[in-house]
Design a protein around this ligand. Structure first.
Ligand SMILES: O=C(O)c1cccc(C(=O)CC[C@H]2O[C@@H](n3cnc4c(=O)[nH]cnc43)[C@H](O)[C@@H]2O)c1
Length: 237
């Protein structure tokens, strides 16, 4: 599981104390380019950093180390808090990505934004396994839809509306999913993105972010998700 910051990592870890034989602290394993917290039960946690570039680099380091050790990961989960598009994704709710889209990877033109794929490069979206998304959504009660990855947190109603016009299925925006997904894709490893909504996407009001509420929702969500992850690891690859 890859979060952005340690507070998110620790919120996820709290869900696993009941079902793994280790403490929430786990064991930190320092790798070149990443420090992985090994929880036991086959679960590793990574505070991969804020933003798609650092998240991609850290996740790639962890994936490469596991592959070289002969114990490749079977699933990567990008997770943490996020902004929710209103009214579909209220603060405190959960969103699971059925598509992870890089919303600002491209070029501005006088006629509007062009995604990088229109320029002839790369990709702008990754798709988690649909059956796993369905199972995870049933277990956690999360809404499913597109989760956008942005490098700049949206801070105006105009920007929020423009994103929704370009991505009508978007439920949430965060800053790491696409980077984590690129690393996972390079290792042909399936991916989920699960987000707990801490704030509405729109005019900046940092005081209104409900980070504690979102972190609690994240812990509860992973408690419900754990049997799905265990079943995926043992049967469904
Ligand atoms: O200050 C804290 O205690 C704290 C605890 C946990 C996480 C944070 C973060 O600031 C994490 C940054 C992280 O949050 C995601 N995020 C949340 N809301 C939005 C948004 O509206 N637009 C984009 N990203 C959002 C994002 O993935 C950042 O990495 C602080």
């Amino acid at each position: 599981m890859a979060t952005a910051v340690p507070a998110e990592r620790d919120a996820v870890a709290r869900a696993f104390t009941a079902c793994t034989p280790v403490t929430a602290e786990g064991e930190d394993v320092r790798l070149p380019g990443a420090t992985v917290r090994r929880l036991g039960g086959g679960y590793d946690l990574l505070a991969a950093g804020v933003g798609p570039a650092l998240a991609a680099a850290s996740t790639a380091a962890a994936l490469t180390a596991a592959a070289l050790a002969g114990t490749p990961y079977v699933l990567v989960v990008s997770t943490g808090i996020a902004g929710g598009f209103q009214p579909e994704a209220p603060v405190g709710s959960l969103v699971l990505a059925d598509e992870i889209t890089a919303a600002d990877l491209g070029a501005e033109t006088p006629d509007g934004f062009l995604p990088v794929t229109d320029l002839g490069f790369g990709t702008i979206a990754h798709t988690p396994p649909p059956a796993l998304v369905r199972e995870a959504a049933t277990a956690t009660g999360a809404r499913t839809g597109t989760v956008l990855t942005v490098s700049t947190v949206t801070g105006t109603a105009e920007r929020a509306a423009a994103l929704r016009t370009r991505h009508p299925r978007a439920l949430a925006e965060a800053m790491e999913g696409f980077g984590v997904a690129e690393a996972a894709a390079a290792h042909r490893t399936p991916l989920l993105e699960l987000r707990a909504i801490s704030n509405p996407v729109g005019p900046r009001d940092r005081a209104a972010w409900r980070i504690g509420e979102a972190l609690t929702a994240l812990t509860e969500a992973f408690g419900k998700l754990e049997p799905v992850l265990k079943s995926w690891s043992s049967h469904d690859q």
